[in-house]
Design a protein around this ligand. Structure first.
Ligand SMILES: Cc1cc2nc3c(=O)[nH]c(=O)nc-3n(C[C@H](O)[C@H](O)[C@H](O)COP(=O)(O)OP(=O)(O)OC[C@H]3O[C@@H](n4cnc5c(N)ncnc54)[C@H](O)[C@@H]3O)c2cc1C
Length: 255
């Protein structure tokens, strides 16, 4: 039997030009101290879109209200009809509670594909900077870069085992820098700014993708502009904001 999504999901998907599906959880496991992986089945390739896209999940908050949370697609397995999400697990909220408690066979409304930031096809090198919430998006984007491209990751983590790696095509130039947060606040950009300062840009045209905490991204974008990267070469997406739950539609406050 095929389950139908909630009418609110169908209506929202239509407004967004996306699809709504009921997907079932096939697995939910902790990958490291602060990262949890959830796999979902059901029209996966359709809702997963292209590298850089995310999906919107309909959840219930602790007062029983329906809220939506957005998660980047880490990968798609068309043969198994599954998509994978990497979800941070070091805070409390409806999203993190869902991911941690998800059981095989649970069903959930999913709207996708969402998101406008995709790979810049003209860039010779791609710089990915952010926190652990962005790692899944960064790896999917980087795995879609054609050889002989260059990809550089600068990612801030709290625990050494959060430095998860990924396989890449031979011939791709890959540099990964994991910055230890060393107890700094999540909205303190100092660690990633230091990592960025230590990194010499390759020659040719580059594109930077900044995903993560709102205040940190503002500081990173300013630092990249100071180093001469053009606005068109910087894609910024706030995933969350320190001290504020994301709004019911899944976006962090921007004011
Ligand atoms: C387009 C898009 C793609 C995203 N992709 C991913 C993804 O692939 N993986 C992922 O983990 N997240 C991703 N996020 C972020 C995720 O949707 C938010 O963090 C979401 O708010 C988590 O929901 P929640 O219900 O757990 O916490 P909320 O109810 O939103 O927040 C509760 C509290 O936790 C804090 N908080 C939220 N996120 C974090 C965090 N990462 N670290 C520390 N504190 C936090 C908030 O500041 C708040 O104080 C994405 C967001 C967007 C907009």
């Amino acid at each position: 039997m095929t389950l139908a999504p909630d009418p609110s999901s169908l209506e929202l998907a239509e407004r967004l030009g996306a699809s709504a599906r009921v997907m079932s959880v096939t697995s939910s496991v902790a990958l490291s101290s602060c990262l949890h992986e959830v796999r979902l089945r059901g029209d996966a390739a359709l809702v997963a879109g292209v590298a850089g896209n995310d999906v919107m999940i309909r959840l219930t908050d602790d007062r029983g209200r329906a809220v939506r949370r957005r998660y980047s697609v880490r990968g798609v397995d068309p043969e198994r009809d599954e998509l994978t999400l990497w979800i941070t697990s070091d805070h409390d909220g409806p999203g993190v509670r869902w991911a941690g408690g998800a059981q095989e066979g649970d069903v959930v409304d999913v709207i996708g594909p969402r998101g406008k930031i995709v790979l810049d096809p003209l860039a010779d090198w791609h710089l990915f900077v952010g926190d652990l919430s962005a790692l899944g998006a960064f790896y999917r984007l980087a795995q879609s870069v054609e050889v002989p491209g260059k990809v550089i990751f600068i990612v801030e983590i709290d625990h050494a085992d959060d430095a998860l790696t990924a396989p890449f095509d031979e011939g791709l130039g890959v540099t990964g820098i994991f910055v230890d947060r060393q107890g700094r606040a999540s909205d303190d950009p100092a660690g990633l700014l230091k990592g960025l300062a230590a990194f010499a840009f390759p020659p040719d045209e580059g594109h930077a993708y900044l995903f993560g905490e709102f205040h940190v991204l503002k500081a990173l974008a300013a630092a990249l502009r100071d180093r001469g990267l053009r606005d068109e070469a910087i894609s910024v997406k706030s995933f969350w904001r320190q001290g504020h739950a994301n709004a019911d539609h899944g976006e962090p406050r921007k004011d």
